[in-house]
Unconditional design. Sequence first.
Length: 348
Amino acid sequence: MALTPEDSPTGTEFIEHTLANPVSSEESILRPLSFDDFAGQIKTIERLKIMVGAAREREEPLNHILLSGPPGLGKTTLSLLLGHEMGQQVSITSGPVIDKPADLAGLLTNLSEGDILFIDEIHRIPKTVEEYLYSAMEDFRIDIMIDQGPNARSVRLSLPKFTLLGATTRMGLLTAPLRSRFTLQTRLTYYDHSTLQGIIERSCGLMGVEYDSTGAAEIARRARGTPRIANNLVNFCRDYAQQRGNGVITQEIAAAALELLEIDARGLDEMDKQMMRVMAENYRGGPVGLSTVAIAVAEEAHTLEEVHEPFLIQEGYLQRTAQGRVLTNKGWQVIGLDPASKVANPNP
């Protein structure tokens, strides 16, 4: 049964109702559930406001939406926000979980009219399963095979009109047929320091954490433009302030806590610096392949590519070229070396 925006629960009650299982009160209170509470992503929010307003006026479900961008920027939060704004149930799953057509059929047939199905990491749905989504998204029906061999037969199931909300960190891995079936495709970007500071101050207020603006600003500078990281750092700074201070997150307390986590004033952690140091000292700043760097720092190449590289490239410490990764002058400066000190590798 659909929930009207006026009658729908808010905060922890809404998320527990939506996810159909208990969640920690701290996790739920930090998620904004209205457009007014959501900070940043101005263009994306404006697009979603238009779609939600029009759908509510027509009393129709939302059209399908695809959210892309790095992890931790609010894709799951936006799915819950849209469910709350539309007064509809949100079912949450992820691409790797749906490995058979029957899994997808079970999810779709359990939806009600207007419900939102949120699929995180949608690019990881197997291609054989993805093809079943085409007719489900366009015609709200799905054809599944029953039995095998001579007794096999196709059964057509009618589906309620639902909204598919997909999220991906790797837009390029989505096939063109699936991508084209989303009415809105919008990308979430990293947050600037001032917006992130506002998010941190809001989180501190909701969690009952004492802070001053300089402490919040210090965390924002080191949070890599990502709200999820910012909230994690707030939790650690709160613990540090409780154990090593007077319980208030000041600039000095925040700086000391984050130095303990080996996160410097630029937001760089020890692995970031180790990557750049290896490139500078062993490979004259590049170009060098990512797999080579991964072996040198004893880390998975996928982790470096997904977790560390995006921030380093965005901040101008690395460049990605056809020949490999290259350390920029800014990267050389961070690790305290001079690009002019590069020397050719000795011949074996």
